[in-house]
Design a protein around this ligand. Sequence first.
Ligand code: NAD
Ligand code: UDP
Length: 355
Amino acid sequence: MKARYGWGFLNPIKGEKVERRVGQSLNRKTVSRLDMRAATYSCEGIMRVLVTGGAGFLGSHLCDRLLGAGHDVICLDNFFTGRKANLAHLISRPEFELVRHDVIDPFKFEVDQIYNLACPASPPHYQYNPIKTTKTSVMGAINCLGLAKRVRARVFQASTSEVYGDPALHPQPESYWGNVNPIGQRSCYDEGKRCAETLFFDYHRENGVDIRVVRIFNTYGPRMHPNDGRVVSNFIVQALQGQDLTVYGDGSQTRSFCYVDDLIEGFLRLMAQDETVGPVNIGNPGEFTMLQLAELTLKLVGGRSKIVHQALPSDDPKQRRPDIGLAQTHLNWAPTVPLEEGLQRTIAYFRTQLA
Ligand code: NAD
Ligand code: UDP
């Protein structure tokens, strides 16, 4: 991967591969042109990356992967749904910085890349304060794009399969414009994300901002919030606590579940290539009804929980499955973790959390 240097602050002397250890002699001119910390390792490809929403489920895994690749990471989060516990293992690392801030207010960081993930993702959370949810998507996008324009950073938007609404086309390719209710209870999220996509593409066309847009399909794994109300965490927590599993409606609605590690790999591949700016669907095309998911969860957890039915929330999409042709072609990406294996890993995580 070729590093992109917004303000050149990490830029090694042009054409010179910098590979020095602390204590190794550097002449004064060289030191003045290098970030001191960068002199501790190879600078080739090392970037300073801002992750908004980095204390959340997906963001914390992304921070792990970026740090693992040797990058410096600044995590910005207002902790609405994110938790410091998701980052506890990173706090003492000098390459990691955690900033409490709201993306609706402007911010400035000298960074090479920006991943914009800040936004509550579970229906109960994003419907808790719907006006704030729309503001978060729209103002967050404007603030990230403004910063990206200023420092010439590549900027990534975590969009969603919700832009397809209750899709009439199945599976959903990126070319599908969707079937979205603009005034319903889910609209604060769906339309906020759609407007964010619009802003990304307008900044790209009008100002040449270097964007990447991913449409994420339902993703699950360790560090989901146990009470966030999403179906995978709900079913696992209910089964582990011996409560009945709450299937909304008759449970015939479908979703396609992607394990978090697969998703983050897709993010990194999208940001590392120049063939497409997106939008690119990232998700697992394996499609399950909610009844099937409940039954599989019960099989894996064991215990005596039963399945009970509750009212279906309004505008709940009936079906959802990604067409991942673009991700396969441009990113050479496909999911690798089957649902049963991913659920087992997630169940193991929740066992430790609830112990
Ligand atoms: P999450 O709720 O765990 O994480 C969201 C993070 O954003 C949290 O840390 C939260 O505190 C932070 N945040 C929310 N509002 C903020 C604000 N105004 N300012 C700063 N920080 C704010 O959700 P997640 O599952 O990790 O989702 C991350 C991103 O991916 C979201 O943008 C979401 O819309 C998108 N997405 C996720 C899924 C999924 O299945 N997990 C699917 C589609 C899209
Ligand atoms: N769902 C369910 N029981 C629950 C939580 C959710 O049956 O306890 C259903 C919900 O109605 C939807 C599907 O599971 O049809 C996925 O819901 P989730 O909130 O995880 O994601 P989204 O609806 O945003 O895809």
